[in-house]
Design a protein around this ligand. Structure first.
Ligand SMILES: NC(=O)CCC(=O)C(=O)O
Length: 266
């Protein structure tokens, strides 16, 4: 299967959902001129990462606004959307939540960021997720993690073991740790031998400079495309036959030792 992926590296205004919903729509419309099969947005694109004091009032109630916008766009434009994440208020909790829609505008996955970024106080404001992501877009097995989650290879490996060909990483990753951002994404792609589409915020938001550097990596960890640090859209093509070629050369999924958990130092 060959698919064209659009990485929407967006500048997000902290605490201004009306501006951000309109802007995301504008970028999605612009991207459609390039006939993508999948569009990918960054982390917390509705409110920024994150307006702590006003989060409760700004978070999308039941994720309704986000779902309505993404579902309608997906259906009207016949495109899959990995909707980055939004701050969504579900009951009394705020979640850092991703909604994924297929070409029919039907929900393909709902995934909540698993690891709270304690340096920014995230666990004090968000309820973190407790299930893995596994979904299918145009017949391709997909999974995802959100930003800080990529520092936890044990999470990504568990998802990869479900059988994943294409992995998504929406993020709001600051420029100051850009080296970590690029290398961690490369490592996750190399060790799990899947395509990886990582989409970051760009520009200055709430006093922080975001790294951009959104990337599409192949199962060798090579760059298919990579953006710089400004708001921009990039497109890259994946071909799932390449995954089988890579895994037939170095087959880590066959050669791994699941019994490693039981081996001790004694
Ligand atoms: N939004 C985030 O999770 C930020 C993560 C980050 O900056 C880091 O892991 O470093």
């Amino acid at each position: 299967m060959k698919l064209r992926i659009g990485l929407l590296q967006m500048h997000v205004e902290l605490g201004k959902p009306d501006v951000n919903y309109a802007h995301a729509l504008e970028l999605m419309e612009k991207a459609m001129k390039h006939e993508p099969d999948i569009l990918v947005l960054p982390e917390t694109w509705n409110v920024g990462f994150f307006p702590a004091e006003h989060l409760d009032e700004l978070a999308d109630k039941n994720g309704e606004r986000t779902q309505e916008m993404l579902s309608t766009f997906a259906k009207n434009n016949n495109v899959n959307i990995v909707g980055g994440t939004v701050a969504a208020k579900i009951g009394n909790d705020i979640l850092n939540r991703s909604y994924v829609f297929n070409r029919e505008g039907k929900i393909a996955e709902t995934f909540d960021k698993i690891h709270g970024f304690s340096l920014s106080g995230e666990p004090g404001y968000f309820r973190m997720g407790d299930h893995l992501a596994h979904f299918n877009l145009d017949g391709v097995a997909c999974s995802m993690a959100v930003c800080y989650d990529i520092r936890f290879p044990e999470l990504i490996r568990r998802e990869a073991l479900m059988g994943v060909d294409l992995f998504f990483v929406p993020a709001a990753w600051p420029k100051i740790r850009n080296t970590h951002w690029v290398r961690l994404n490369q490592a996750r792609a190399i060790e799990n031998q899947f395509y990886l589409a990582a989409v970051n915020q760009a520009g200055r938001s709430g006093g922080l400079e975001y790294a951009g550097n959104s990337l599409l990596l192949d199962p060798w960890g090579e760059e298919i495309c990579r953006l710089e640090d400004e708001e921009e859209i990039a497109f890259g093509r994946i071909d799932t036959d390449v995954i089988q070629e890579v895994r037939s050369q170095i087959n880590v999924f066959r050669d791994r030792r699941p019994d490693i958990d039981k081996i001790t130092a004694e």
